[in-house]
Write a protein that binds this ligand. Sequence first.
Ligand code: PLP
Length: 432
Amino acid sequence: MTNTEVPRADQNSAENTADKTAVARDSQVGAHGQKPIAGGWSRAARGAMLLGDDGQLHPTIFAEMSALAASTGAINLGQGFPDQDGPIEVLEAARRAISDGINQYPPGPGMPVLRHAIATHQQRFYSLEFDPDTEMLVTAGATEALTATILALTEEGDEVVTFEPFYDSYAAAIGLARAVHRTIPLRLPSFQPDPDDIRAAITNRTRIILINNPHNPTGTVLHHATLTLIVALAHQHDALIVSDEVYEHLIFDHPHTPIASLPGARERTITISSGGKTFSTTGWKIGWAIGPSKIIAAILAVKQFLTYVNGAPFQPAIAVGLGLPDSFFRNLASDLRVKRDVLSAGLVSAGFTITQPAGAYFVVADAAPLGHLDAAELCRALPGLAGVVAVPLTAFVSREHRRDYRSLVRFAFCKREEVLRQASAQLGQLSN
Ligand SMILES: Cc1ncc(COP(=O)(O)O)c(C=O)c1O
């Protein structure tokens, strides 16, 4: 990296890169007293809480923890990607597509086979009807869909409301868009939002209510009453709803309810999801946005100048995945539930208190009962203490609210059962 290059904030996203060692190295270039280059990158970095008081881009805790896992050989429960391949039918379909020559630019909105498969999926699981030609858009993962949506639909100063803790790419995109980030706290013990906090955050200044259901990092699945309240407030304040549902099939106790399925929601909701989590193909980056045609056209106007298109051979493969039988989707959730229970039991017997997640890949554990009040400090020591890597919840929280989450640690359970059992046994050493 030269003196004038911008440190690469894009590589720092929480779950999107498997090897973040290079990021840690690159961003230290900026930390050695060089004047940072001017530009919009700093708004993204500030939004994602990566800009230090010295104006330099700092590596994320994810970069630091992954480097620690690599250098110590500790079990990495820090990052949210599975350590097993997804369904063979999906993998074979991608291989076949490459052999069949599906290797050039697909159409801008996505390949028809995938858009039809998404439409059929929404109808099959949620009884939602969408036109595959005008009401959906294939994107480079949910990340691109989120960023293009925020850039397309906000003006400078518009407010975007999210829950807090929040996925870091939301804050980066809000910063890039020069929008204002407002948050609704998710607090212990349940991490369910308080209706009064929701009412206080959503006002006439709100342009987008960006929800994440099931939620990363807390595993919260929103109650029906919460979804209803959000729709009512969106109407009252003429706001749009953006719903990040990447964990829609990773939900343990009951079927997922997309907010778009509530009365009055469809015409103002953009639903975002991706194939990464459902089919254990996080590296393929095939995502989508679904919503009313006018809004989708606006998002496409931005998206086409971000990536234009991506992942031609992976698009028909994800279409195959979306058409897999119900048993695949049932087993996916029930297998993950077993993993959740294995790690949760391990954490409890190690002395943590946990909040049982209802969905997604993560369990939040409180280290305070073990005498560790600073989770960031604990996470730095954890490879040495127990041979395990995890991330502090403060990585998902703005500086002014970190105190409320200080002793909380996020552990990923989307790993093989034997890995989780080994990690649990090692974590048991903490209370010795
Ligand atoms: C809540 C949330 N949204 C979006 C994403 C990104 O999804 P994709 O990999 O499809 O871009 C992630 C990945 O971890 C996530 O946790």
